[in-house]
Design a protein around this ligand. Structure first.
Ligand code: GLN
Length: 483
């Protein structure tokens, strides 16, 4: 197993909250922090491949501006001057927005996503474009048309996906924290594979304005980092209502990073869904969950068995709903308004065919075709409408479970990181990597992955916790007991 060497600069081992404390004390400047991360990227990203692009001069001048503000006593927040890596599906004005697709290889974002605006308002520096599966479709980042990302813990293995670059950048100490997006597990699964923390917020908690749409009823942006506290602090900056996203929740969010260490007034009741511990679960991942159960029990939690009877339908339902929404969302890439335009075309139809044929990779095409099929007039009732009904049943399973427990604990993934290339020729095997994560998206629930006990071979494992809608604070408090 070959991992990348650990960094030598001590700044790179600090969590974002520790960096914020060091900046306040004057232990180092924002320029020194950003130079440290840029040097690390220079040293290791040739092997890791987390970044598709990084603009060094932009980052350093933003860092200098942050240092200037801090000297003047006008820091925008405790995190002013700290860089945050951005998955290449979130708009940062003037930077590439490729979704790791040939279709958008030359596209530059004309405006900031709401999350980008919020990060800037707090002085954070959106730093670099992180690799991903094309249009966030995949579980290994191998569907990127623009580059290969390796798992920093074992370079022969996949970093997970679709936010593989976001997870790898944190694991490789190339960024203190990053943003990912999660439609069926794309934050939590790569977090588990790379040994970092990743949170998918409740649907509607974080604005999707400026997030390139894959499946709009499932997509959420969320934070990835080295600690639960960092992820909570980053969520504080991201969350809240947004008039530009009609699905954003109107209530102001609580302060997620506050009182995370506070003991509960009565013991937490944690449910173990029996469907998540059956066939296909790797024994080393199972051992990590067993250890987590022991850790929670030792801290006073009650562990109870629960059932989510419709679990086995989550993957088929997801691949009907997500592809249906994707086929509609990706119709906009027609060679006329956005992105790649084929040369040498005879008429408008030829332009659509050739532009889409050349611009999209095989997995995207597969999903657009599948989505168009399940929405077509002859099959809509049999597939799309039926999938929506089952989605309601999946959601109800959670409502029932949460009537008796505060949170659920499952593995994040059935196996640790798999070798690069192992599943690329078998889409169905790849889809199974999300078997435990997808239901949270279908139900709109918040869910987090925190690192579990590594396997005897030293590979990371992930523990997933799920909570009722809007209960991210509870989720973070319980996650902290494990991290
Ligand atoms: N891996 C899942 C898929 O391929 C989920 C992707 C995601 O969450 N964006 O669709």
């Amino acid at each position: 197993m070959s991992a990348i060497p650990p960094p030598s600069n001590p700044i790179l081992f600090l969590s974002a909250c520790e960096i914020a404390a060091g900046l306040k004390l004057g232990d180092f400047s924002a320029r020194e922090v950003n130079e440290a991360f840029l040097a690390r990227i220079q040293a290791v990203d040739g092997e890791v491949g987390a970044f598709l692009q990084i603009d060094r001069e932009d980052i350093l001048s933003a860092a200098d501006a942050a240092d200037e503000r801090r000297r003047a006593g006008e820091a925008r927040s405790a995190f002013d001057g700290i860089p945050v890596g951005m998955k290449d599906v979130i708009a940062v004005k003037g930077q590439p927005l490729t979704c790791a697709s040939r279709m958008l290889a030359n596209f530059v974002a004309p405006y900031d996503a709401t999350v980008t605006t919020r990060l800037r308002a707090a002085g954070l520096i959106p730093a670099g474009r992180l690799n991903m599966d094309e249009f966030a479709m995949g579980s290994s980042t191998e569907n990127s048309a623009l580059g290969k990302t390796r798992n920093p813990v074992d370079l022969s293995r996949a970093p997970g996906g679709s936010s593989g670059g976001s997870a790898a950048a944190v694991a490789a100490h190339e960024m203190p924290w990053t943003l990912g997006s999660d439609t069926g597990g794309s934050i939590r699964q790569p977090a588990a594979f790379c040994g970092v923390v990743g949170l998918k917020p409740t649907y509607g908690r974080v604005s999707r304005y400026g997030l390139v749409a894959y499946a709009s009823s499932l997509d959420q942006i969320g934070p990835m980092g080295r600690t639960v506290d960092d992820v909570a602090a980053l969520l504080d900056l991201l969350a809240g209502p947004d008039p530009k996203d009609s699905t954003s929740w109107p209530d102001p969010p609580p302060v997620f990073s506050r009182d995370l260490g506070e003991a509960p007034t009565r013991p937490w009741r944690i449910g173990l869904p029996k469907e998540c511990f059956g066939e296909g679960l790797d024994p080393d991942v199972r051992a990590a969950v067993d250890q987590a159960i022991a850790t929670l029990t030792a801290q006073g939690c009650e562990i109870v068995d629960v059932s989510l009877p419709h679990s086995e339908l989550a993957i088929p339902v997801y691949y009907v709903i997500a592809t249906a929404e994707a086929s509609a969302n990706l119709a906009r890439y027609d060679g006329v308004r956005y992105g790649h335009r084929a040369a040498d075309v005879s008429d408008a139809i030829d332009l659509y065919f050739k532009s889409r044929g050349e611009g999209f990779g095989p997995e995207v095409k597969r999903r657009v075709l599948l989505g168009a099929y399940v929405l077509s007039s002859g099959y809509k009732d049999a597939y799309y409408i039926r999938a929506q009904k089952v989605r309601s049943l999946i959601r109800k399973d959670f409502t029932d479970a949460f009537s008796t427990v505060d949170a659920l604990l499952t593995p994040t993934t059935p196996t640790p990181a798999f070798p690069l290339g192992e599943k690329t020729s078998d889409p169905l095997a790849m889809y199974l990597a999300d078997i435990y994560t997808i239901a949270a998206n279908l139900a709109g629930l918040p869910a987090i992955s925190v690192p579990g006990k590594p396997t005897p071979a030293g590979l990371p494992t992930g523990l997933q916790l799920l909570a009722p809608h809007w209960e991210e604070h509870r989720l973070l408090r319980i996650a902290r007991l494990l991290a």
